[in-house]
Write a protein that binds this ligand. Sequence first.
Ligand SMILES: Cc1cc2nc3c(=O)[nH]c(=O)nc-3n(C[C@H](O)[C@H](O)[C@H](O)COP(=O)(O)OP(=O)(O)OC[C@H]3O[C@@H](n4cnc5c(N)ncnc54)[C@H](O)[C@@H]3O)c2cc1C
Length: 441
Amino acid sequence: MGNGRPRVVIIGGGFGGLFCARRFQNVDADVTLLDRAACHVFQPLLYQCATGTLSIGQISRSLREELADHRNVTTLLGEAIRLDAGARRVTARRPDETTFDLDYDYLVIAAGMCQSYFGKDEFATWAPGMKTLDDAITIRRRVFAAFEIAETLPPGPERDRWLTFAVTGAGPTGVELAGQIRELATRSLANEFHSIQPEEARVLLFDGGDRVLKSFAPALAERAQGILEKLGVEMHFGVHVTDVSRDGVTVTSKHSGASQDYPARTVLWTAGVEAVPFARHAAEMLGAQADRSGRIAVDADLSVPGHPEVFVIGDLAGRDELPGVAENAMQGGLHAAGCIRRDLDGDPRKPFRYRDLGSAAYISRGHAVLQAGPVKLCGRLGWLGWGFIHIAFLTGVRNRFSTVATWLAAIARSDRSDRTFILGGSGHPEDPYTWESVHQR
Ligand SMILES: Cc1cc2nc3c(=O)[nH]c(=O)nc-3n(C[C@H](O)[C@H](O)[C@H](O)COP(=O)(O)OP(=O)(O)OC[C@H]3O[C@@H](n4cnc5c(N)ncnc54)[C@H](O)[C@@H]3O)c2cc1C
């Protein structure tokens, strides 16, 4: 303890880290919340930002602003890169690549997961994932620019390639993206172009399983599948995407082993997740077990075995098949903070008990699926339930008001108010787009 007050360092200001930090309000402890992006992102609505319905500001909030009332909580911008478990010190990197150290008495690791390409990281050049605001903006650029580029091309295979969108992974994110791109093509963009017919855009959805939304009840998944079919999404099950290039994807059947190429200039990847690099390093430094995806094994109170001062929460917590959902992260954050507070009060810790409050996925305008225990809703009721849940958990009153207003306008007019994309100027040709120069290298 530095000045006699315990120092709590929380790594990650996502659902887990933010809820943990909030719980320390007026507690006699110095809390530091470190995040590599300095803002809280409402990941469940990333796809709406990617497809032009919502703005960045509507789905995220500065952590500094969010925690301004918590006088004992300091928020810092930096990426945790090293852990010295013996010295109880975390080293963080600033965006300018310089570093600084943070000493702790308690450490809460809430750094979440990143996209996994199952060892084929080179796919990322052509197939952006969907985990961060940068990803959403990249996808927005690719999707809207694809229609623009197609408009300038004569009819033929190259134009068709630009009007074909391949989505890998039929979990909630893949389903939401696929549905939104078709909806964009058939409603929002339908009458805006002169040369192309946006509604002819093909959206291909690939998955290794035998249906969409594996984590939902089969009846709900079937309903979702029916809605996607009606919308015009072409679904391919029992296949793995085994190659991704500038020109499309190669897909291999799990059963026959036969491969097929699908030309598509826009490929989006939602197929898998793995622990962020810092979590793998932390597991090693703590001598903790980690599963194949990098989730760290934790005790019943969410602390790391042999390290009662270190908690792992949210998507990174590997125990009892805790699901990778926001609710688990929020409850874990509150629990870890509760344990630390009990320690400070001299009370025994309690085990973490996850309460499953259900899950929901948006399919298309007027359609969503929602399941919570025995309650299973789809269609308009599911849609209303979905809207209610998402508004309830959005951070900041301002975000809630403006999101509801934007949704109402989108329902009334089918337009998308945040379609602006920038081409970027990072100096990495693959960043702005899939330009020829990358192909020729
Ligand atoms: C597109 C998408 C849609 C989703 N939809 C739903 C849904 O509808 N319902 C639902 O319940 N769940 C949904 N989820 C899952 C849900 O968002 C996650 O389960 C939840 O965000 C996990 O919370 P977390 O705190 O563990 O991690 P995250 O929320 O991912 O937060 C991790 C934080 O750590 C920061 N960070 C990472 N590495 C470092 C580092 N080294 N140093 C410092 N900071 C770091 C990141 O910037 C981030 O802010 C969705 C996820 C995605 C990606």
